[in-house]
Write a protein of this length. Sequence first.
Lengths: 401, 299
Amino acid sequence: VTAPEAGGKLAVNMLNFAGLLRRTGLPVGPADVLAALAAMERVSLASRVQVHTALRTTLIHRREHQDLFDQAFRLFWRDPEAGRAAAALALFEAGKQKPPQRAPPGSRRLAEAMARPSDPKPRAERRDEIDAAMTVSDRERLQSMDFEAMSAAEIAAAKAEIRRLALPLDHRRTRRRRPDPAGPHIDLRATLRASLRQGGEILDVATSRRLTRPPPLVVLCDISGSMGRYAQILLHFLHAVANDRDRVHTFLFGTRLTNVTRPLRHRDAEVAFQLVSHIVPDWSGGTRIGEALGEFNRRWSRRVLGQGAVVLLVTDGLDRDGASGLAAAMERLHKSCSRLVWLNPLLRWDGFAPKSQGIRAMLPHVDAFRPVHNLASLRALVQSLSRPASPREMDRWRMAS
Amino acid sequence: MLPATVADTAALLAAGGYVADLALATTVHLALAMRRPLFLEGEPGTGKTEIAKVLASGLNRRLVRLQCYDGLDLSAAAYEWDHARQLIAIRIAEAAGTADRLALASDIYGREFLQARPLLSAIDPDLPPAVLLIDELDRADEPFEAFLLEVLADFQLSIPEYGTVHAVTAPVVVITSNRTREVHDAIRRRCLYHWVDYPDARRERQILARKAPGVPARLTAEIVAFVQLLRSEDLFKLPGVAETIDWAAALMHLDRHELDPAAVDDTLGVLLKYQDDIARVKGAEAARLVGEARAAAAA
């Protein structure tokens, strides 16, 4: 075997493989490909496990990407004629009519399967397509959702509102300090450096103050049928919050729980909403709050509730499952976060007694309960969340339930 | 000397008592050969930290461990100036009448006033080569990650008053994370990534044979079968390998030579660390799992 030739072929295959991964949405950069090539020189190419591991460890950096990578690896490197498959794939991509060689069987299916999720921007018509593709079960009403895009002025207004948002316990002291002439701590390092400018004479003592920063925020938002009329306003709120602060995690739930943190972080609200409505399977269906929260507790709570996170739970508390498992899930959630705030957009102020099963199961486990009479605007939402809690408010609500 | 092949790396890990599958051995080998940090993510108790320890003893290097926590800063992670000694040095210089400012500045920022913390110690050219273990990086906050980038990319550390310290021999870097927070992409990109999963039954039996010698083969098989079944249950916190090893030791201590529901109920706290999970498994469920585990072990 002539080494340069083999190396050249490997490099071409590697580029094709990296291209395939990129089209499936995995973020593979040129540096990763170089690392992968370097890694291939150091493993036995005869060992499938070694090659697989060498590529995986250099090309992907997250566990979430592992399954997709493994699939792509199997498809791409299974075929000794992978080069031809890749060539056919490239042609398919380019939209040409006739491949110069007959592609091996299956390559077109592979190309289609791999090309589908690569569309960078879902367009409006794709939502219908997803709808049609979804198997509709009798228990879950699956609907796609249309959201009006915000105008530039509306976005500016929304951002201004969000800046007024002050969640309870919004300032968490960190262990980091910043220089502050009136600060309470002496900064010896800065003092010494300043003193050297005076020939070693300490004329002024540098001081510092502890930094505070908002804690991570985790929003669990109900998007079931009864909450449907607020979905638009809630999504605007979530989008503005996700783009205004760092460390915001957003989950939507109806009958199932969906993590929409990444799509929602897209700066363009319109694109963000399309991405979100595209991945959430159960708009305006029923609610299984207990089950959704249970799933959150098992799969996500340890990953996103660290560092004193505040949880904002947005739901009307109307549970289709008769609140089964809800109290236990709420208790576990409450114990896992530093503060649990419940925003209920359906509650009436006058003469309302929170008697529903779901509400009674949830109320004992929240730190703050924020009912909104009529959630008509982002402003009402922000005002309700930022309002200081009166001392015995929680007790009154618990008594009433 | 670094191992030359994947097989050598696997042998090195095995000699240190670490039972690695081929994928992990390949990743470790690549990290050593390519001088890239190794980023290990996985559930608690799957043996991530142990890899660094085994590598240190196997490569005959000193282990430098940095345990991360929220608010970890430069003075705890990298270096700190000994301010008290610096102040005394200034006073002495004054008393001796040498008030040359420039000389004084270079004097009190000399190496002897610099106290090394783990990161500086790991790349200190005057010390023997090191294995640097950055444990539970997810517990540190984001500003610390940003600072780590320089150390991980070039194995060097810039100290404004002193200069840049370069490693003579690049340290072997192992970073672990339990995923209580997502570590930033910039860190991931500089590392070789490996997700450390729970081992399958065969490998877990091997691990148990290494880590808990003296447990009869039959009991080992039953313990592993039980724990593997437990991991498919709907629990808040699944037991890791560390818990399996502890549990085997606990059962041996109680002179049990086979699993029975009563012994399992009594020692469940070794495996499961949340009351909800224990309440869920204890009693009938445990008895059912014991039955299945014994059948699986006998097969």
